[in-house]
Design a protein around this ligand. Structure first.
Ligand code: DX5
Ligand code: ZN
Length: 215
């Protein structure tokens, strides 16, 4: 299972240092949570964070952006230009989600659909031939350090079944509350990538990342 540390939990005043440490400890990508204070009750950073990380000469792992904003369509081109490797947008509150995902792909960027814990999985099914990945939220988006919500495991297992039956391929990412215990649960369920914020950055970074890589 690939591990994508969520930079919102990193030390912002020593970001470059934290990211280099995480990269050396085996981070497969960096998860960049963009929150605007409207779509979710928290504000993090904007597109300029992706530009900043792109300028870090010794940080080379891909950046995967998780958009939790109103009007996500306004962010896609700037993020593509800033060097995002993947962008996920939420199903919830985006009536033209298919168009949004197609727009992301038109820039050669990986398109992900994110689904909240309270949304039934059937809502993503019509999008599975468009997306490169499904981001199964295992917390309600907005904050780091929340408790893992177990219904994500059923969603992952169901996605694996659908993927096995159909012709299209998509990856499964799980986001929120991942530590050594929940990490092994999501790996057993079949997740391809686990996002982890607080567990990686608010403890012994090298040790905790090694734990997650080895679950
Ligand atoms: C939550 C974010 C997550 C969060 C993960 O809204 O989407 O990516 O940063 O952090 P932890 O692992 O601490 O739950
Ligand atoms: Zn996220």
């Amino acid at each position: 299972m690939k591990i994508s540390p969520s930079i919102m939990a990193a030390d912002m005043l020593n970001l470059e240092k934290d990211l280099i440490r995480a990269q050396e400890a085996g981070a497969d990508s960096f998860h960049v949570d963009i929150m605007d204070g409207n779509y979710v009750p928290n504000i993090t950073f904007g597109v300029s964070m992706v530009e900043t990380i792109n300028k870090f000469k010794n940080v080379n792992v891909p950046m995967d952006v998780h958009l939790m904003v109103e009007r996500p369509e306004d962010y896609i081109e700037p993020l593509a230009k800033a060097g995002a490797h993947g962008i996920s947008v939420h199903l919830e509150g985006n009536p033209h989600i298919h168009r949004l995902l197609t727009a992301i792909k038109s820039y050669g960027v990986q398109a992900g659909v994110a689904i909240n814990p309270g949304t039934p999985l059937i809502m993503v099914e019509p999008l599975l031939d468009v997306v490169d990945y499904v981001a199964v939220m295992s917390v309600n988006p907005g904050f780091c350090g929340q408790k893992f919500i177990k219904n994500s495991l059923d969603k992952i297992a169901r996605l694996i079944q659908i993927r096995a039956k159909k012709e299209h391929y998509f990856e499964i990412l799980v986001d929120g509350g991942i530590d050594e215990v929940t990490g092994s649960l999501v790996k057993a369920a079949g997740a391809d990538t686990a996002v982890s914020g607080a567990f990686v950055f608010n403890g012994d970074l090298e040790k905790n990342l090694a734990i997650l890589k080895g679950v």
